[in-house]
Design a protein around this ligand. Sequence first.
Ligand code: PMP
Ligand code: GLN
Length: 392
Amino acid sequence: MKCGSRLLTATPTTIFTVISALAARFEAINLGQGFPDTEGPADIVRAAADGLLDQRNQYPPLAGLPELRRAVADCNRRFYGIEIDPEGEVVVTSGATEAVTACLIALIDPGDEVVLIEPLYDTYLPVVRMLGGIPRLVRLLEPDWALPRGELAAAFGPRTKAILLNTPMNPTGKVFTEDELDAIAALLVRHDAYAICDEVYEHLVFAPHRHVPLMTRPGMRERCLRIGSAGKSFALTGWKVGYVTAPAPLADLVMKAHQNLTFTTPPNLQRAVAFGLAREAAFFDVRAADLARKCRLLSEGLRAIGFAVLESSGSYFVIADFRPLGFAGDALAFCQHITEHAGVAAIPVSAFYDGPEPPRHLVRFAFCKSEAVLREAIARLRALLLERHAAD
Ligand code: PMP
Ligand code: GLN
């Protein structure tokens, strides 16, 4: 019999699913896959429940419900001063995952080059390759994850169609600086290229850091496709409601990609997300501040145990270097070890690399959990390390 797709045959099951299965097997606290352990805001969940009962359960419009497109456009103006036409410049998708794929489909022809930044989110590369695009990888280096300007410039060329930029960044928690954004903007103009801006963590940034969309920088309004996720903004990751903001000609192509992927997104969830996006700025600030506290709690706890913990400025994640603990194995082995023996799961950062020699000493912990759970995870890791020292 003929085989299925060679590319997908060679693509492993996502590390998030692998580690979540391992965590379930050992009944571990799952600080691997990034999802909160508490319910999102009750009024938004209620709006979704009410939305199921109001006789509007048939296909919504292809580009998304008008009220959600208006809410997305309003947010662009309120938070960033970007004027958006809700009619022609917003497309609602089934999660940011679909949005990233739809934007790549909208831009890429076989042979086009796409600049990607390592460490990178796990869907980017397979999708670029499925489309026949040619990835050009640029690697950020720990511990500060600064953008290497020379290497970035060298990755651009006459065949560059787009860069895929994730800020705030998973897994590093890096928030790109305005200076870095301007360096990217200059290259986009010089090479007449676009940016797909994965900004799913836009509202999860820790003061004094601030999220600045590339789309707000000079000359970038017409070159950016900006992606948000209700799952992330409202801690409702299972909802899978995403939205793309892009200039009309590009939004039209994203919409055509969406029509061939999922066509529409559940209408009750769209209405609830429209309700949530209309919340006042303080609502988002309080949630970010709460997450910042959890980030501090976990980072300090891990540091006290002996990890070297890198700074996270946003997202759900913090990265820790386990070398000071004296573990003789790579990051995957370390994650398997702590899941099985401490009952705490984490993600090996090496899973976010495709190029040679990924860092093998870094693991990513999710802190989007209740404080009691984070404290218990720290206590479990401390107990495991004390046990190991006693055995030495
Ligand atoms: N991009 C990044 C960087 C993410 O971390 C996630 C989280 N899953 C997504 C995209 C996908 O978001 P969604 O759940 O809305 O599909
Ligand atoms: N974005 C989430 C993470 O980085 C996982 C989403 C998924 O499992 N696909 O943990």
